[in-house]
Design a protein around this ligand. Structure first.
Ligand code: C2O
Ligand code: CU
Length: 479
């Protein structure tokens, strides 16, 4: 039996609706690509272990942030970044959320494969949570990694004001790093009075790559410094929560490899060069401090913009510790999908802007500006305007950036693999939930949707999303 034949047998076994071997060659390629996905991130996880229960409140606060001055913000549990919630893969997480903000909100678990009703998409998966109301989010994480949570309603304002937190889902057997460090990358646009500039979704933001701030912070602080000992081997989790800014940290001062992208482990450890961390993206590094590095300070410089600037630094001091030796956790199954470009795109999204809408300029997908449903009806299964994504089946999805701005495109509820940029095949040995589409670029991605429901697809530059660059895709239950 040939390998392709074996693949077909596998796909026939897993696809209940597929009763005959496909005869059309395109169909055959799709079946083989779908079969290649077997062994990638799993469809389900068996729940096993205790339930982790958290209470989480969003409310206005005044906090010493940035360089230490009091700043009026909106915060989860009175802190910015919000609390780090920790879970374990396969163990239930329950978050009792309360809205003490002056506006409606929801909580979206960015990158987490949650049941659709827990996804926090207002008008699509739940009704907005009004001020004074509560909502219980509950799910069993299927993937270990670095995720984050944020509002999905007026997110350009809510996230800029400080509403974001990190969710770490631990492996059942976490690799024995000497420490686990989270760096939340963000920027803030302050007015002349030093307060958060209260003008949101301005024509300037819309004509550019969203709202870029005049102060950059790591974990809410300017010039964050991490103290470590020589010999340490730690995990560094980077999360970009900025509205529009892209980061390209230069890790050349570190002995480091990338082990995970957008939460998911890579197929193998990768050199930490050439990664652009767009809004929504995460990057996990495995960092080793040389035993003789005491007394040194390692600077991390951002090089995305023409003017590089110091993002954070690592100060090495004290007696050396023994470097833990263990194999890299980066050994995920990521199909090569080299035949994927032979299959035509199942869906193409053209990214453009037009005049009009509530902000004067609207960013669009295929000429359509998204309007949030005014009401939520859990029994409305018509899914008006949703793009149908086939469940349990490979499909190629194309983003055509017809504009001169950046668009980090994000899909809820599934991961995808970048196949090509401008028609040239690229092999990224990792999954993503957000991919930056550069100016005038065409990006092809491959995916196999597993979880039924209505999932958001949008630009993660929040001003672009709020002005309309958002839509829903519907993955129907099979059978
Ligand atoms: Cu982080 Cu739909 O978003
Ligand atoms: Cu955009």
């Amino acid at each position: 039996m040939t390998r392709a034949h074996a693949a077909l047998v596998v796909v026939l076994a897993v696809l209940p609706s597929c009763t005959r071997a496909p005869t059309d060659p395109g169909e055959r390629t799709v079946a083989a690509l779908t079969a290649d996905f077997a062994g990638a991130y799993p469809k389900t996880v068996t729940e096993d272990g205790p339930t982790h229960v958290y209470a989480l409140t969003a409310a206005p606060a005044v906090l010493p942030l940035l360089d230490g001055r009091p700043l009026a913000v909106w915060a989860y549990d009175g802190q910015v970044p919000g609390p780090i919630l920790r879970g374990v893969v396969g163990e239930r997480l329950r978050v009792h959320f309360t809205n003490a903000l002056p506006i409606d909100t929801t909580v979206h678990w960015h990158g987490v494969r949650v049941p659709n009703a827990m996804d926090g998409a207002p008008g699509v998966t739940q009704a907005p949570i009004h001020p004074g109301e509560s909502f219980d989010y509950e799910f069993v994480p299927k993937d270990a990694g670095t995720f984050w949570f944020h509002p999905h309603l007026r997110s350009s304002e809510a996230i800029e004001r400080g509403l974001f937190g990190v969710l770490i889902v631990e492996d059942r057997d976490p690799p024995p790093y000497t420490r686990d460090v989270v760096w939340v990358l963000d920027d803030w646009r302050l007015g002349p009075d030093g307060a958060i500039d209260p003008h949101f979704v301005t024509p300037h933001d819309l004509m550019h790559d969203g709202r870029w701030g005049n102060v950059v912070t790591v974990n809410g602080h300017v010039r964050e410094t991490l103290d470590v000992r020589p010999g340490e081997r730690f995990r560094l989790r980077l999360v970009n929560t900025a509205n529009g800014r892209v980061f390209a940290p230069d890790f050349s001062a570190l002995h480091a490899v990338v082990i995970a992208v957008d939460g998911m482990y890579a197929a193998r450890p990768l050199p930490p060069t050439g990664f652009e961390i767009a809004p929504g993206n995460r990057l996990d590094l495995d960092v080793t401090i040389p035993p003789d590095a005491a007394g040194t300070t390692l600077a991390i410089v951002d090089r995305f913009t023409r003017e590089p600037f110091a993002l954070a630094s690592i100060r090495v001091a004290g007696a050396p510790v023994e470097t833990p030796r263990f194999p890299s956790p980066a050994h995920a199954t990521v199909p090569a999908w080299t035949d994927a470009l032979a299959v035509p795109p199942a869906h193409t999204f053209e990214l453009t802007a037009q005049r009009g809408g509530p902000y004067g300029i609207a960013w669009t997908l295929n000429g359509q500006a998204y309007v949030e449903p005014a009401t939520f009806d859990p029994n409305d299964h018509a899914h008006h305007g949703s793009v149908p994504f086939a469940r349990d089946r490979f499909q190629r999805v194309r983003f055509v950036n017809a504009s001169y701005r950046l668009h980090p495109m994000h899909v809820h509820g599934m991961f995808f693999k970048v196949l090509a940029r401008n028609g040239v095949a690229v092999d990224e040995p990792y999954w993503r939930d957000t991919a930056l589409v550069h100016v005038q670029e065409t990006l092809d991605v491959g995916l196999v949707p597993l979880d039924p429901g209505r999932w958001m697809l949008h630009c993660h530059i929040l001003e672009h999303a709020d002005s309309g660059m958002m839509t829903t895709v519907v993955v129907e239950p099979s059978g």
